[in-house]
Write a protein that binds this ligand. Structure first.
Ligand SMILES: [Zn+2]
Ligand SMILES: [Zn+2]
Length: 240
């Protein structure tokens, strides 16, 4: 890749927006696939992952368009399960029954894929909304280690510790949980429109050209969540 277009200006990372939705596969998105790629190039993202809700699509056409723009384009799925949203890499298609977390884990394991607990604490730290938590209990933010008991955290390989559509408190708690449990850390914008693309990212230590590369790096816990790309200075997301 031409280094001037690789995004390395922003730091020694290969920077990926791991979580985006487009009009082609997500009814709630305003972001056309080509608009996503053009935006990714403009802000110097190295790669984007398209993670539609509960479906995936043939990326061949898009991959070639993305390559012209110097952006790697990879495919995932955001699977809606009974216990929350899970970012999945390594599946070529949606498989019936994976709305059940244990079934999803089996299917993903057979495919050699990866599961990420996406925005695991969105709206879940406010005691007024504790009824949405699976055990109806308020999550105690003083005790991130107790989140290990949450089935979705236990079942996933990685935690989305930075999601651009979550509050700072929700993201920081997710990061504390990941650190307490020694889980891999990733970030993504959860973009449904162009202006938020790249606001939250995952920082990889080296080039990622395929889903296999991506899965291997996250499994090895070699990634950090990052932000600051739009300000020209990507930094790992850390505790204050
Ligand atoms: Zn989601
Ligand atoms: Zn999403």
């Amino acid at each position: 890749m031409d280094p001037s277009r690789s995004g390395h200006r922003t730091g020694p990372y290969f920077t990926i927006d791991l979580h985006t939705h487009t009009t082609r596969g997500s009814a709630d998105s305003n972001l056309a696939p080509r608009e996503l790629i053009e935006r990714a190039q403009a802000i110097r993202l190295d790669a984007i992952c398209i993670t539609e809700h509960d479906n995936t699509w043939d990326l061949k056409e898009l991959v070639s368009v993305a390559a012209i723009h110097g952006v790697v384009c990879l495919r995932g799925i955001e699977v809606t399960t009974e216990l929350g949203h899970v970012g999945v890499f390594g599946l070529d298609e949606y498989v019936g029954g994976i709305y059940k977390l244990d079934q999803l884990r089996k299917v993903v394991d057979r495919a050699g894929g990866l599961m990420i607990a996406n925005h695991p604490f969105r709206y879940k730290l406010d005691p007024r909304f504790s009824f949405i938590n699976s055990d109806h209990q308020t999550i105690d933010i003083e005790h991130p280690e107790r989140a290990a008991r949450l089935e979705i955290i236990e079942a996933c390989d990685a935690i989305e510790v930075l999601n651009a559509a979550c509050s700072e408190e929700e993201n920081l708690f997710a990061l504390k949980v990941a650190r307490a449990l020694n889980k891999a850390e990733v970030g993504g914008s959860d973009s449904h429109s162009a202006n938020s693309v790249g606001v939250a990212t995952t920082l990889f230590p080296s080039r990622v050209s395929s889903v296999d590369d991506l899965v291997a790096a996250i499994r090895a816990r070699a990634t950090r969540a990052g932000r600051g790309l739009l300000d020209g200075c990507v930094k790992p997301f850390d505790l204050p």
